[in-house]
Structures are given as structure tokens and as C-alpha cells.
Design a binder for this molecule. Structure first.
Ligand SMILES: NC(=O)NC(NC(N)=O)C(=O)[O-]
Ligand SMILES: [Zn+2]
Ligand SMILES: [Zn+2]
Length: 484
């Protein structure tokens, strides 16, 4: 039985998978596995990768269905460690069903949900249970959860332990106001104490590292500034915020070193935007042996402040998208390995909160909607820097799997989950009104109207073909991932 793409006509529809087989091979001329890219076939059996036949694979795949993807790329599915799915409590912003359908359409096979923007925030065993219950039968990809480190639990190890025992993959905290009432910010003492507990569990602490600087350099903010101007927003949230946070983390980072008070714990800086002093401070800490990793997001690599039109609040996020020179330096840091991985920071809201008509950057909700497009965006913008498919797999799958403690995910290797994206890097598309968008509010996405290259053909989650040629599987068979 040989399928060659496009193969919609032969696909099933009702169950967990569009492909009616539990044991099959997929093959192409560009399989990203075992540190190389080349012709290979991957055997999928009962949700796992059973074998990889490299080179001339035809003699291996006899008597089993084979999906031949020609010269499309077969790569590990993306693992997005930073997405706000907002359910329960704010389903009108996003939701498990819409968010995971968007993920599947974008080649993302695992999401890790942020503990804030849902209501209540995920800060205790009980609130994690609400998340897990709300997710039931709604997931098209696998979903894990970060818990929140907040003042209420940070100094209370037994509360933190009950949250960790309940299965969050790690914790997340803010060093500035989060914009969400039941998710208050932490100071460096909360963080240092939380890390001691995390060290026992060997799980990471993710930090939104922006802090209001002690000495304000914002004199320019005095007087009348136009809130529709992007420059006004940039002045209100300078790189000094990121720098101040990271300086304040000095002791916490030191504590993670071998022999330190929280050896075994791990600090992960989310959505780094400042590629100057903040990055230098983090490089120094890494260099002296602190266990620190860094992520940045496609919007910091795709856009620059110069391109953000006044009033276009789709581009408002924190920390802000900075100037073109900053963007160049972020690419350099990513290519040099100083930035470890990428994530979407998909943080939608209802369109009214983006204040798109008023265009007020100072009052609009901060957060970029991007979940479905991160693969083509990274590829389209990375091509001119010569990025490779292996680098994409490292930034989007291997490193995120490690951060989230997922030992069976993130690579195409025998014994691993068959979480796979098949895509055509050369296929161009214009993200116009006719393009199918599965996250909830298409008009708030900063990528609408853009030309991208890299089209997702198929997405497999644990062997289930959950998305192919524009269609989703009928049943939502993604799993919730809880740490043990
Ligand atoms: N409450 C939020 O979702 N905040 C998010 N907002 C952004 N990035 O603008 C974030 O991750 O900080
Ligand atoms: Zn954040
Ligand atoms: Zn976020």
C-alpha cells in the first residue's frame, strides 16, 4: 500500500488519526534524523518510532503501508514551551481546542501551557486539576503545564511541593507586573527560595525577566507623548528593564552552580529581547557555570521597531520588539548558541483588548498571536542567515524537549514518540484572508498580510496523523503530560 502526497482521498476522518494504520512507514528525500538530512524511511509502530532506514530504504519497507512524501522535509514535531492557552476562565481569548488545532496545523506536536491568563492561574494542586479537567477531550496535540511561582507559594515549600507533585513540568514567575490580578510578581528572594525546592525535583524555573529599574531613566516620558506612537511604547519599556531583572538574578543564578544552594535547579529566561547588556550578563553567568538557558521568539527575529506602524497594536508585546540592529544581534546569538531555543509566546486576547481602532500602545493588551506560523516564520527569516534544518530541529524540538523534561520527545530516534512534522520549505504562501487560521482570533495575528515560505503538509502526534492537507483528525486524542 503506497500513499503519495497529496493523498486526501485515501484518508480516514472520524478517529484520532487521518491515516487508518497503526503500523506504517513514512519516507522522504530529506529526513532530519541522526544529525543529518537525507533520504530515509521512518517506521512508526503503535505511536512510537520503531526503526529508521537510512539511504535506499525500499527493501526494508515491504509489506507495510508507506507514505512517500517525495522531497518534503520530515522533521521532529515542534515543541512550544511557551503558549498561553487561557482555559479555563478565558476561553474567549483562546482555548485548548482552538489552540491545539492551530498548533497541529503549524507542525507543533507538544505545547507547554503557561500558568497565567487562564482563570484561576495555575498556582496550586487544585488549580492544576482545573486545567487538566478543562483540557479533557479537547487536545489535538500533547500538552504539559507550567505552574506559577508567586509570593503565596514561593516561601512555602510544602505548597510548592504539592504543585510539583501534581505534575507541573516546572514553574514560571514574573519580575514585573504580569497584567493578571491573580498572578502577582515575585522578587529575587522568592525566586531564590523557590529554586531550592525545584532543585530537589530537577525541574526548571522560567522567568519573565523584566524589572522596573530602580533609577528611572524615563525622563523623556515626561510631557505629552503620543500613545499611538510605537516609539512611546519603546521608551516606556527600555532594555534597562531586562538588564535590571537579570542583575537581580545574580545570586539565584550563582546558586544553581555545582556546589551551590540550589544545584540541580535550572533558570530559563523566557522571550529575551535585549541582545546587548542583558545577553552579555547571561553569557557571563553561563560561562561561570550557572545552569541557565535562554529562549527568544520568532517575532523578535522577524520584526523590528522600525517596521511597526503607529497604532498597530498587534505588535505590542513585552519585552518589546526593538530596533533592527538588536534583531541582527539576536540572530547572531542564536546562531552562536548563546540563545538556546525558540518558543512562540503565543499570548492572544479578545480583539477588543488590543484596542486596534484606538491604536493606543500604552493601554492595549500585550501579547503576540503567532502559534500556527512559527515554523514558516523562523524559516522565512532565517534563510538569509543560512540556518539549517538541523538547527531548526535543535531550537524547536531537541532543546525544548530537554527543558520540559520530555525524554521520549524532540528527536526522530527509535523508541521516541512518533511526533513528526512534514513540510515543504520552498512552498510560498501569502497569509491573506483566504488562509485557514485555527487560533481563535485571526485578525490580531501580527503575521497576517505577510508572505512566508514553508508549508506544513502533515503533523503526526504519537503516530496519529492529526493534521494533513488542511484537515484535522475528527477526534482530539492529544494527551495531557504530567511530570512524575
Ligand atoms: N500575561 C501575559 O500573557 N504576558 C505575556 N505578554 C507578552 N509577552 O507581551 C508574557 O508572556 O509576558
Ligand atoms: Zn512573559
Ligand atoms: Zn508569555
Amino acid at each position: 500500500l503506497l500513499y503519495t502526497a497529496p493523498f486526501s482521498k485515501s484518508l480516514g476522518g472520524e478517529g484520532c488519526s487521518l491515516l487508518p494504520h497503526g503500523h506504517f512507514w513514512i519516507a522522504s528525500q530529506r529526513v532530519v534524523a541522526l544529525g543529518r538530512v537525507g533520504p530515509a524511511a521512518v517506521e512508526v509502530k503503535e505511536g512510537l518510532i520503531n526503526a529508521i532506514a537510512v539511504g535506499d530504504y525500499r527493501s526494508f519497507v515491504l509489506r507495510r503501508p508507506l507514505v512517500d512524501y517525495g522531497d518534503a522535509v520530515i522533521m521532529p514535531g515542534l515543541i512550544d514551551v511557551h503558549a498561553h492557552l487561557d482555559e479555563p476562565g478565558r476561553e474567549e481569548w483562546e482555548g485548548f481546542s482552538t489552540g491545539t488545532r492551530a498548533a497541529a496545523a503549524g507542525g507543533i506536536t507538544t505545547l507547554v501551557d503557561m500558568p497565567l491568563n487562564s482563570f484561576p492561574s495555575t498556582v496550586s494542586e487544585e488549580t492544576l486539576k482545573l486545567k487538566v479537567d478543562a483540557a479533557r477531550d479537547k487536545l489535538y496535540v500533547d500538552v504539559g503545564f507550567w505552574g506559577g511561582l508567586v509570593p503565596e507559594n514561593a516561601l512555602n515549600p510544602s505548597k510548592l511541593e504539592s504543585l510539583l507533585n501534581a505534575g507541573v513540568l516546572g514553574l514560571k514567575s514574573f519580575m514585573c507586573p504580569s497584567g493578571i490580578n491573580d498572578f502577582p510578581m515575585t522578587n529575587s528572594s522568592h525566586i531564590e527560595e523557590g529554586l531550592v525546592t525545584l532543585a530537589k525535583y530537577k525541574r526548571p524555573l522560567l522567568i519573565h525577566a523584566e524589572r522596573i529599574p530602580d533609577v528611572s531613566s524615563d525622563e523623556e516620558l515626561d510631557g505629552e507623548l503620543d500613545p499611538r506612537s510605537y516609539a512611546t511604547y519603546l521608551k516606556s519599556r527600555t532594555p534597562a528593564w531586562e538588564e535590571s531583572a537579570v542583575r537581580d538574578l545574580k545570586r539565584a543564578m550563582k546558586d544553581t552552580e555545582v556546589g551551590g544552594r540550589s544545584e540541580g535547579a535550572h533558570l530559563h529566561i523566557v522571550h529575551l529581547s535585549d541582545s546587548k547588556t542583558t545577553l552579555d550578563l547571561l553569557k557571563d553567568a553561563k560561562h561561570s557555570g550557572a545552569k541557565v538557558t535562554i529562549e527568544t521568539c520568532p517575532h523578535y527575529l522577524a520584526f523590528s521597531a522600525e517596521e511597526v506602524a503607529d497604532g498597530d497594536t498587534r505588535f505590542k508585546c513585552s519585552p518589546p520588539i526593538r530596533d533592527a540592529a538588536n534583531k541582527e544581534d539576536l540572530w547572531e546569538a542564536l546562531l552562536d548558541g548563546h540563545i538556546d531555543m525558540l518558543s512562540s509566546d503565543h499570548s492572544p486576547s479578545t480583539p477588543d483588548l488590543k484596542l486596534m481602532e484606538e491604536g493606543n500602545f500604552m493601554k492595549a493588551w500585550g501579547g503576540i498571536s503567532s502559534l500556527q506560523f512559527v515554523l514558516p516564520v523562523t524559516w522565512s527569516h532565517g534563510k538569509k542567515y543560512g540556518i539549517t534544518l538541523n538547527q531548526l530541529a535543535s531550537w524547536w524540538s531537541e532543546k525544548p524537549a530537554e527543558l520540559a523534561g520530555q525524554k521520549n520527545k524532540g528527536s526522530i530516534l527509535p523508541g521516541y514518540h512518533a511526533d513528526i512534522v512534514v513540510w515543504k520549505p520552498e512552498a510560498q504562501f501569502h497569509l491573506d484572508d483566504t488562509h485557514a487560521v485555527y487560533h481563535k482570533h485571526r485578525n490580531i495575528s501580527a503575521y497576517l498580510g505577510k508572505e512566508l515560505s514553508g508549508k506544513v503538509l502533515s503533523t503526526f502526534v504519537r503516530g496519529n496523523l492529526v493534521f494533513a492537507e488542511g484537515r484535522h483528525a475528527g477526534a482530539a486524542c492529544g494527551a495531557t503530560i504530567l511530570a512524575k
